[in-house]
Write a protein that binds this ligand. Structure first.
Ligand code: HEM
Length: 471
């Protein structure tokens, strides 16, 4: 039975096409759209929060002629992403989606339908537990190496430090690249992409704007590096590839029937490999780096919790470096609570591919649905005293009382983050390695404000002083 019908009665006949309340439609008036874009860009969380206060858990409007539904309710989020996930897909139009596709092509993040299913089936085995755990030592090594130049008492931009650690880790685990020259080139190209202005997406390529030139150059740089890596590696035998532990080798071996050298079936083309590699590279470092930056900020504001973490590290590790096998439950809870308060990804967007329903409302084919992860994470109905940093919320017995959909930093359902276990382990090991040596304290007077773009980062960076840990 199709999820949108009950017997022969179509959904649209069963549920009257009434829409949740909401603001009036946004037409195509460019001034109104620009004004809306400005207000939204300044503080999307506050803006949408105000609408939820006015209209309730789900509101609807029409944006450029398309019905738009916006929700913060865990049940709606769970329905959209999990139980009715088959009736939705990722957006393919709109500014963000176009910008991503231009750079990433059709990798896991940007693809849909049968193509996405095939790619996900081929890539899943590369993220198996054994391979990911084997990355543990690299993660600790890169964190330890990054701290070498740190001097007691100095002030550092911790956001940059976290970004360079996660970048070094993704470069090593993804394509076994240690050389900072390669890493630096990819990082610069990615920066150019991140900073590429909207103009590069909206205007045709031949418009002679510096921002368009920079974006095109960034694309050329990235292609040169990534195709270079792929072509080099493709010269190796299957046995040599299998002996390597990095993700690129696993992707090169992946076939539609499995990931071992003996498996038959089609392999990914050069272009497919490029798109997937770049997707994993981009998706695989910025989010984890933001999660860590916010975690250090929270710990600096809650020294009593930091002391408990310290106690756990001393007890479990006794001064040695952490490994993938170590059990550090408080560190894990601190990270989860930090991602509740500051989810690196604040919204998950979908488009209905057929008439369906969410929360008892009829959702027509083609409608946009925005799930506000951030607002579900800050709702006092599921998280009492929601602004308080309380890692113990994630003790199993308390977590059992939280509804599905109320905590989704990695999304949920079939499109859940493929790097979830990778990044949880990475964040745990980096946090442990740094906290064993240093306490980080926010510089007095430094302004901390959320900035929501592709990920949620501190608008003015995170200036912190580093002090040796007392042992
Ligand atoms: C704290 C770190 C991370 C966070 C918060 C995060 C968050 C997310 C979220 C919310 C989604 C789902 C988006 C949607 O459903 O529309 C997602 C998907 C994805 N993530 Fe992550 N992510 C993190 C780390 C990583 C890492 C380390 C990798 C790769 C090594 C990665 C690769 C991906 C990919 C490829 C997808 C698309 C999966 C698919 O649609 O099949 N992510 N991530």
């Amino acid at each position: 039975m199709n999820s949108t019908t009950t017997g022969d009665v179509p959904l649209s006949a069963r549920i009257p096409y009434a829409r949740p309340p909401g603001p009036p439609p946004m037409g195509n008036n460019p001034f109104a759209l620009l004004n809306y874009a400005r207000i939204f860009r300044e503080d999307p969380i506050g803006f949408v929060g105000g609408r939820f206060e006015t209209y309730g858990d789900m509101y609807s409007t029409t944006f450029r002629g398309v019905p738009l539904y916006v929700t913060r309710h865990p049940d709606h989020i769970h329905e959209t992403l999990v139980t009715r996930g088959q009736s939705f897909q990722k957006p393919e139009t709109g500014f963000g989606a176009r910008q991503l596709r231009r750079f990433l092509g059709t990798g896991l993040v940007t693809s849909n339908g049968d193509f996405w299913r095939r790619q996900r089936r081929m890539i899943n085995p590369a993220f198996n537990r054994r391979r990911i755990e084997a990355f543990g030592d690299t993660m600790v090594e890169k964190a330890a190496a990054a701290m070498l130049p740190w001097r007691p008492g100095e002030v550092r931009e911790i956001g940059h430090d976290m970004m360079s650690i996660t970048l070094a880790i993704v470069a090593k685990t993804l394509f076994d690249a240690d050389t900072s020259a390669e890493q630096g080139r990819v990082a610069r190209a990615l920066d150019a992409f991140r900073n590429s202005s909207g103009a590069a997406t909206i205007l045709p390529d031949w418009v002679p704007l510096p921002s368009i030139r920079r974006t095109k150059q960034a694309l050329r740089d990235v292609d040169e590096i990534v195709y270079g890596l792929i072509d080099e590696r493709r010269k190796e035998t299957d046995e040599a590839l299998a002996a390597r532990g990095d993700l690129l080798s696993a992707l090169l071996l992946a076939t539609e029937d499995g990931a071992s050298p003996s498996a038959s079936g089609a392999r990914m083309t050069r272009k497919e490999l490029r798109d997937e590699l770049l997707t994993l590279f981009l998706a695989g470092h910025e989010t984890t780096s933001q999660a860590l930056t916010w975690t250090f900020y929270l710990l600096s504001q809650h020294p009593e919790i930091e002391a408990e973490v310290q106690e756990e590290l001393d007890r479990v590790l006794g001064g040695r470096l952490a490994t993938a096998a170590d059990d550090l439950p408080l560190v894990d809870r601190v990270l989860q609570e930090s991602m509740r308060l500051y989810p690196p990804v604040t919204t998950v967007a979908r488009v209905a591919t057929e008439d369906t329903e969410v929360g008892g409302w009829f959702i027509p084919k083609g409608a946009d649905m925005i799930c506000w992860v951030y607002h579900a994470h800050h709702d006092p109905r599921w998280w009492p005293d929601p602004q308080r940093f309380d890692p113990q919320r994630f003790r199993p017995e308390r977590l059992a009382t939280i509804p599905d959909g109320a905590f989704t930093p990695f999304g949920a359902g079939q499109r859940q983050c493929i790097g979830k276990h990778f990044s949880l382990m990475e964040a745990r090991l980096i946090l442990a390695t740094i906290l064993q040596r240093y306490r980080l304290r926010l510089v007095p007077g430094h302004r901390v404000e959320r900035h929501v773009a592709v990920t949620m980062s501190p608008r003015y960076g995170m200036k912190m002083a580093v002090y040796p840990q007392r042992h």
